[in-house]
Design a protein around this ligand. Structure first.
Ligand SMILES: Nc1ncnc2c1ncn2[C@@H]1O[C@H](COP(=O)(O)OP(=O)(O)O)[C@@H](O)[C@H]1O
Ligand SMILES: [Mg+2]
Length: 399
């Protein structure tokens, strides 16, 4: 579908360089440039302005800028959203800008690619963004400690959900991601290649960077080397997640054990969270802190599914202790199983390798929580031929 060129009002405070902003706007954008009204620049006749987006670029917490944000978002016909581009640290102005009615705040300077992403997104939002388009469930798999089973959970969820709908797993452990290894996928393209490819991120382009797993799930794999992680910006991730959610029913994000800016971007974009803890005293303490942090970030605890991995380990901690410590019962318990490391060595999930094991059943029930009861998830589908086989065997014996 072709769309008309964007129409943007760019208001600049004296001293702010317009060029990087103009160059970052989509090609063909109709830009009306104006100066922030002050003693030497008259007030803008806002009622005559036609713009779908207003950009106010400033480098001081100028009263004129705040006033303009307030009046522009009220007086320009159609009430276009106002996005503030602030040079430097926005600590002082952030709150006041939003109070004045700003829709978003972008800090400057930024790389050309990052600024382009941010502005493209602002324009897309004014045009209805994802309104009318499908928005898939996005599950961020979190855990504040390494080795608790986040990657295991993300990969098994991907395998189990692939039968319920189009599924993508994103490896956001940008330095040491191992989703590719766990799923036996070759990293022909990675998230790094996509981040440095340049140009705008459309669905088809993103899809061409996804590896395809035998289950049908797709995977956006982690960079091959830790130094490539820096190329993956949060601005890029925000657009990436939105693009993936518009095309796929389930987007699963595997994360590193920290609340890094990338992980926070994933949490912000996610529709639901899955916290993975392990049954030992240290992991439980970190899980508790992780849950509290999500609570402080404003995430409704009801939107956080709690998985307790290696839940059958005999470490002298009972389920009542867990509940007392975490303030809630885990939603899904995954037992320890030696078949898990064996399956990982073969690049297979436990859901595919041992579909009837307790661990596979746990991941299937986790997948069912996200897919809803009506959609088939993998272990259930895998168990079916097995039962048919058993019936056939019994018939043979009876005959
Ligand atoms: N329930 C389990 N039973 C047996 N081994 C497990 C289990 N959960 C995790 N592991 C082992 O621990 C390793 C680390 O798990 P992983 O999912 O990579 O953790 P994280 O992504 O949280 O760092 C896995 O490679 C696997 O060998
Ligand atoms: Mg991991």
């Amino acid at each position: 579908m072709t769309r008309s060129a964007p129409n943007v009002l760019l208001v600049l405070e004296d001293g702010v360089d317009a060029r990087p902003i103009e160059e970052a706007l989509p090609r063909g954008t109709h830009i009306q440039a104006a100066r922030l009204p002050d003693a030497s620049h008259p007030a803008l006749p806002l009622k005559d302005v036609t713009a779908e987006l207003v950009l106010v670029a400033c480098e001081q917490e100028a009263e004129q800028a705040l006033e303009l944000i307030e009046t522009a978002s009220r007086e320009i016909p159609g009430r276009p959203p106002v996005v503030v581009l602030f040079v430097g640290s926005p600590n002082g102005i952030m709150q006041r800008a939003f109070q004045s009615g700003a829709a978003d705040l972008i800090t400057l300077p930024q790389s050309h690619a990052d600024l382009s992403f941010a502005l493209e997104k602002a324009i897309a939002r004014t045009r209805g963004g994802s309104k009318g388009t499908k928005t898939g469930t996005m599950i961020a798999v979190l855990g504040p400690k390494g080795g608790t089973g986040k990657t295991l959970t993300a990969c098994n969820l991907a395998e189990a959900l692939a039968t319920a709908g189009s599924t993508v797993v994103v490896d956001l452990d940008l330095q040491f991601g191992d989703v590719g290894l766990a799923l036996g996928l070759r990293p022909t393209h990675t998230i790094y290649d996509l981040a440095v490819a340049g140009g705008s991120l459309d669905g088809e382009k993103v899809d061409s960077y996804l590896a395809v797993h035998p289950s049908g799930a797709r995977a956006l794999l982690a960079p091959l080397r830790p130094d490539q992680a820096a190329a993956v910006s949060t601005a890029f991730l925000r657009v990436l997640f939105e693009t993936l959610r518009s095309r796929h029913e389930f987007v699963i994000v595997d994360t590193p054990p920290s609340f890094s800016p990338e992980v926070i971007a994933a949490i912000d974009a996610a529709s639901t969270l899955c916290m993975v803890g392990m049954l030992d005293a240290l992991s439980l303490k970190d899980t508790k802190i992780g849950l509290e942090t999500l609570d402080q970030m404003g995430f409704d605890p009801a939107d956080v599914t709690l998985v307790l991995n290696r839940a059958d380990t005999n470490v002298g901690i009972g389920m009542d202790d867990v509940e007392r410590l975490l303030g809630r019962r885990p939603d899904v318990l995954v037992p320890s199983d030696r078949a898990i490391p064996r399956a990982i060595t073969e690049g297979r999930t436990i859901v595919a390798a041992e579909p009837r094991s307790g661990a596979a059943q746990a991941f299937t029930s986790l997948a069912r929580r996200f897919a809803g009861a009506s959609k088939p998830v993998a272990a259930a589908a895998a168990a079916e031929p097995e039962s048919r086989r058993r019936r056939a065997l019994l018939r043979k014996r009876a005959g």
